[in-house]
Ligand binder design. Structure first.
Ligand code: NOJ
Length: 762
């Protein structure tokens, strides 16, 4: 059981006297200078650098010798050979590389830097360690479903333990983008649609990656990405335009970045998208005023892969030289992949178009980070081939992957208590493209993990049951195309079984970067399979694989039991079996609402009421809803069943909260079922009248409560004024006195127990 910090919003919005003080940029600079001292030798080093060497320190390149799928991401031939890259290292033309090939590659490159370059500045090795390194944990949206930030911290810690041993100093994670349009494939990489959950997971993952001290050989520098509003792309189309009010930006999309910053993150990645006409990579307001000014950020900013170059296609920069200038002057310290900084910054400085002091400041930030990572003390501290092997896929990290896997599973339905299944005496047919095989297990955005080492569903089920002979496995259909005779074989297997596990959904390449989908549904050939199998009449458990919320329909949504299993990583099959057979009672909750139809996107439970809300009950004419569909989710944010029978009662809330006081809100939660469970109890509020309209509900706190059969617990939350902040008309955080509704409930769109209170005037 753990507590969430219910006053996050206050700190995030920079409320109060401190924020007002910090709004003065000059003061913010002073504070920065004082808080993170830069070792004296760095300025001496900068004084000895040529402009070309300075530009080199601001240039990050894909590793010519890639690791895992990195070779597919950065195909050989796109850049120099490994020997060519070693030459660049000797010439001081690189600050480091990313997605390289482990400790041996790092050793060779670092040796070149430390023995053959003029200034002997250590290289920095980066990688996309998004949800694990060699041990793969659930995709981040799945892990967020655990509603357990402590778990996200532990998996990030374990990922650092493995990856740092492979020579990696810096991970391009966490992605903290809020996702309110499920057509956007990168939903899988974040914490879903909610601001509070996004903040808590962001800070947990930063703490996990960075550990106690960045110098430690099991710590990596984290990177908050993609700054900012990357998830707000129009129509859920990856890389697309974002046109957004400053208020929504500050209220919804920026808070997880601020939370990451407050947790100590010291690198930010600029996003590919434009915001209201200005690409983030060239957005000085975002990086200089908000990030470095208001928030007093002291780390460095890196572009996303060719982000500076892409400003040419955006129609914002005329050519490479101008793109380099705009990105640099906007506050992007380091350029990734394009090489534009090393090609153009020296000339821009010589011609007086970029002040040399600005360049020195960026180089200082980067070198200070290398010092903070301990690289000047020992450039090889994370590079050790033996340690790389010894820390790879250890028993404890695999056990953690299994724990994280089962905690990420969300049970949407369980009619007639079909689940859990008995381990003995049942003939089980596992049917579908994800029934078995070493594919689509780890999930998208895995550079170093190997699906060949991951546990598939059939293996997990067979390991759990008493008699493997009672388990049949049939593919039935491909992911997006039928297989010859597939449906016939599936129907025959279903007929011969007592229960069907229908393993359907999305493959790894249906979600993730650049995988936007207009139709967020189970692909048609799999739906045909589901209908045919359902028609046999045997009980069906849908085991859904997905990187985003899907609009479930037909035989899938009508199945008596549905488990959302995302992509669970290395121990996937075992984790699913733990839930299927009752070794673990599901605790996961949806971090993103499952819509009734793809056409409902974008959708968030925290939508505004409109002037014509449809009252509860029938759809009414001239009210806000699509034809034939209630304006709510099919399975809302926060939804998820357990193997218990949970009852909410007895809300207790004082009628008013003093301006400087605290409000205690509690409810009784009872498990009327016969199995021990953990229930995620959620607290929501709604501000009835405000000078800026407010969402119909906002999550303010949650708590996971263990309940034995028949047990009750009174769950208590405390609210303060800070929890009721919002971004006012002046785009600053404010609180207004007045009436609020409050719910303690099992999801964002269930009633649970409800009351109200008044925030009194000052
Ligand atoms: C592009 C992606 O947007 C970003 O998240 C990733 O870190 C970089 N490529 C580097 O691989």
């Amino acid at each position: 059981m753990f507590d969430t910090r219910i006053s996050r919003r206050a700190a995030l919005m920079g409320a109060g006297a401190f924020a007002a003080w910090m709004h003065n940029p000059a003061r913010a600079m002073l504070w920065q200078a004082g808080a993170l001292p830069v070792p004296a030798f760095i300025d001496g080093l900068i004084a000895r650098m040529t402009l070309a060497e300075k530009a080199g320190q601001l240039t990050l390149m894909p590793a010519a010798w890639g690791g895992g799928v990195a070779t597919a991401l950065n195909p050989a031939g796109n850049g120099p050979s490994f020997d060519g890259q070693l030459d660049e290292v000797r010439q001081g033309r690189l600050t480091g590389v990313f997605n390289g090939n482990g400790a041996e590659m790092a050793r060779r490159m670092q040796t070149a830097a430390m023995t053959q370059s003029r200034l002997k500045i250590p290289l920095l090795f980066a990688a996309d360690v998004i949800h694990g390194h060699r041990t793969i944990f659930p995709v981040p949206v799945g892990e967020a479903a655990s509603f357990e930030p402590g778990l996200a911290e532990r998996t990030a810690r374990a990922a650092s333990y493995e990856a740092a041993a492979a020579g990696i100093d810096w991970t391009f994670a966490p992605m903290v983008d809020i996702a309110r349009d499920q057509r956007w494939g990168r939903t899988m990489e974040g914490a879903g649609e909610d601001v509070l959950l996004g903040e808590l997971i962001a800070e947990a993952r930063v703490r996990g990656f960075q550990g106690k001290d960045l110098k430690d050989d099991d710590a990596m520098l984290a990177c908050a990405k993609h700054f900012a509003a990357y998830g707000a792309a129009e129509a859920g189309l990856d890389y697309n335009t974002v046109d957004i009010s400053e208020r929504t930006l500050r209220e919804v999309y920026l808070p997880p970045f601020k939370a990451a910053l407050d947790a100590g993150v010291l690198s930010f990645m600029a996003s590919f998208n434009e915001i209201s006409g200005v690409p983030s990579t060239g957005n000085g307001w975002l990086m200089e005023e908000v990030l470095r000014g208001e928030w007093a950020y002291q780390g460095f900013v890196v572009s996303d892969y060719t982000g500076d170059m892409e400003m040419i296609d955006h129609g914002f920069a005329a050519d490479a030289r101008e793109a380099a200038k705009l990105a640099f002057l906007a506050g992007v310290d380091m350029s990734m992949t394009s090489g534009f900084y090393r090609d153009h910054l020296p000339d821009l400085v010589e011609k007086g178009e970029v002040p040399v002091a600005r360049m020195d400041a960026s180089v200082r930030r980067v070198l200070a980070m290398k010092a903070r990572l301990g690289l000047f003390d020992d450039p090889f501290r994370r590079i050790d081939v033996k340690r790389e092997k010894a820390r790879s896929r250890t028993k404890p990290t695999l056990a953690l992957a299994r724990e994280a896997g089962r905690k990420s599973i969300v049970m949407l339905k369980n009619e007639g208590d079909l689940l859990p299944l008995p381990k003995a005496g049942k003939r089980i047919a596992i049917i579908g493209p994800f029934a078995s095989g070493q594919h689509d297990i780890n999930g998208p955005w895995v550079v170093y993990g190997d699906n060949g080492q991951a546990v598939d569903l059939a293996t997990g089920v067979k390991a759990a049951v008493a008699d493997k002979g009672l388990v049949t496995v049939v593919e039935g259909s491909g992911v997006e195309a039928p297989v010859p005779g597939g449906i016939e074989a599936a129907v025959a297997a279903a007929r011969a079984a007592d229960v069907v596990l229908l393993a359907i959904g999305e493959s790894e390449n249906l979600s993730g970067e650049a995988q936007s989908r207009a139709e967020i549904v189970v692909p048609a050939p799999q739906m045909a399979l589901a209908e045919a199998v359902a028609a046999v009449g045997k009980p069906v458990v849908v085991v859904l694989k997905n990187g985003r919320a899907l609009a479930l329909a037909g035989a899938v949504v009508q199945a008596p039991a549905i488990l959302v299993t995302w992509f669970l990583g290395s121990e996937s099959g075992h984790a699913i079996a733990d839930v299927l057979f009752g070794d673990y009672s599901p605790t996961g909750r949806l971090p993103c609402s499952f819509p009734r139809s793809p056409g409902q996107q974008p959708y968030s439970y925290a939508h505004k009421p409109t002037g014509r809300p449809n009252p509860p009950g029938d759809l009414q004419p001239y009210k806000a809803h699509y034809r034939g569909i209630p304006n709510s989710a099919l399975f809302p944010f926060g939804h998820g069943l357990t193997y218990g029978r949970i009852e909410y009662s007895g809300l207790s809330v004082a009628p008013s909260m003093a301006w400087d006081g605290e409000l205690v809100v509690s409810a009784k939660v009872t498990n009327r079922g016969s199995r021990a469970v953990e229930e995620v109890v959620q607290l929501y509020t709604h501000d009835r009248v405000a000078s800026v309209t407010r969402p119909v509900r906002e999550l303010k706190a949650f708590r996971k409560v263990a309940l034995a059969p028949g047990a009750s617990e009174v769950v208590t939350f405390r609210l303060r004024r800070d929890n009721l902040l919002f971004i006012g008309r002046e785009n600053k955080p404010i609180v207004e006195p007045g009436k609020f509704d409050v719910w303690i409930a099992p999801s964002a769109e269930t009633e649970g127990v409800r009351g109200s209170f008044e925030l009194a005037r000052a």
